[in-house]
Design a protein around this ligand. Sequence first.
Ligand code: ATP
Ligand code: MG
Length: 441
Amino acid sequence: MAKKLRFQSPTGMHDILPEEQYYFQRINKVSEHIAGFYDFKKIDTPILEDAELFSRGVGLSTDIVQKQMYVLKTRGGDFLALRPECTAPIVRSFLQHGMFNLPQPVKLWYFGPFFRAEHPQAGRYRQFWQVGFEILEEKSSVVDAQMIQIFYNILQELRLKNLIVEVNSIGDSQCRPYYKKLLTSYLKVRESALCLDCKRRFRKNPLRVLDCKDEKCQQIKSQAPQILDHLCDECNHHFKEVLEFLDELELPYRLNSHLVRGLDYYTKTVFEIFSDVNPDKKNAANGSQVNEGMTSLAMGGGGRYDALAKLIGGRDVAAVGGAMGVERIIQAMKARRIKFAEEASAQIFIAQLGNLAKRKSLKILEEFRKEKITAAETFGKDSLKFQLNKANKLGVRYVLILGQKEALEKTILIKDMISGKQDTVKLDKIVDEIKKRLKRR
Ligand code: ATP
Ligand code: MG
């Protein structure tokens, strides 16, 4: 067995190798396109933020803050956290830059790396990428439905099929406290049967128990009281409207009255989108059983967070948003064997033979670049056979051959790889000639 190298990427953090970049680029491009259509503007926030932004915003009792946040102390004694998510940073930025003075709503999107000290497993990393969307200063329920539609559209455009949208409402500060009480009394008599984490969650925030993936807790939660039965009039009305909009959009969704999400800042609407990745296998990582024999993978989720801005900046900003995991989307695309055509390969290949020819080839390559004609070469190799083989593999239409004789006569040979026809052209006319031929096709 090969000796293990001294240096490896940190546990749970991975290199994004060139072959993986295609997937990242595709997801970024599709998201950018859809963001443009719905008039979202791109935002980037720092990788590090004041740690308190998350303990206040995301919530002290959440797994993210309790167990998953990387915090470092600066030399000046400040505590900074590697951002575990982007909603709190975006609200921070919104308030800091007075974006409440802009025409409302403000629509922002992002694509970047996030950090959570999780137990690494398939599809669960310590550094992972998210693409997310936020609509700020808008309380209408119509944008809740639009947000879900945007996520759905991106996944569909990436050709993921069998998407499952789950929605719920978790109420607000008017109705949730009462529901919390109900849930607490329900859980209290069952506390001993809860998993270790949930025993802690139960005390800090009983709603968290509904988010647990442990089988024992899942059973307990299936019988738990449902928040939908206890929403106040306002939340009830808001949620009813969201569902009506989703019906109008003909977006297939299902109610999951126990969906709560892992962050404390949500109010009213919450949602999650799954893709079934393994119709014939039951044991995919991170899966939650949705149907007999079908395993699904959480692509993303989000919800409304009307109370967040107040928590971190003392100002009410009604808002809704969500994020999707880029590696998760890639995992689902791979599981469904979704491939896409590689970027357009070279249009021509420049082969050279001899020193003088090599020197002149360098210059010609630059001329093609200026004319935006993609040209491939292997200037480091001298064998003509090798070069022609390579040109063949790339499937280019025209190969230009510059030998010693041509270099002296200031000409170059064009070989049409389809007809096999060869022509000699003046070296200073070659770019025009290729332009003409490419245009003709
Ligand atoms: P999960 O329940 O899978 O832990 P979450 O509720 O923590 O997800 P969010 O914080 O809402 O997830 O993040 C949105 C999406 O980001 C998730 O649906 C998932 O696709 C992705 N994601 C979250 N944590 C990770 C991680 N550690 N590695 C890779 N992707 C992740
Ligand atoms: Mg999580």
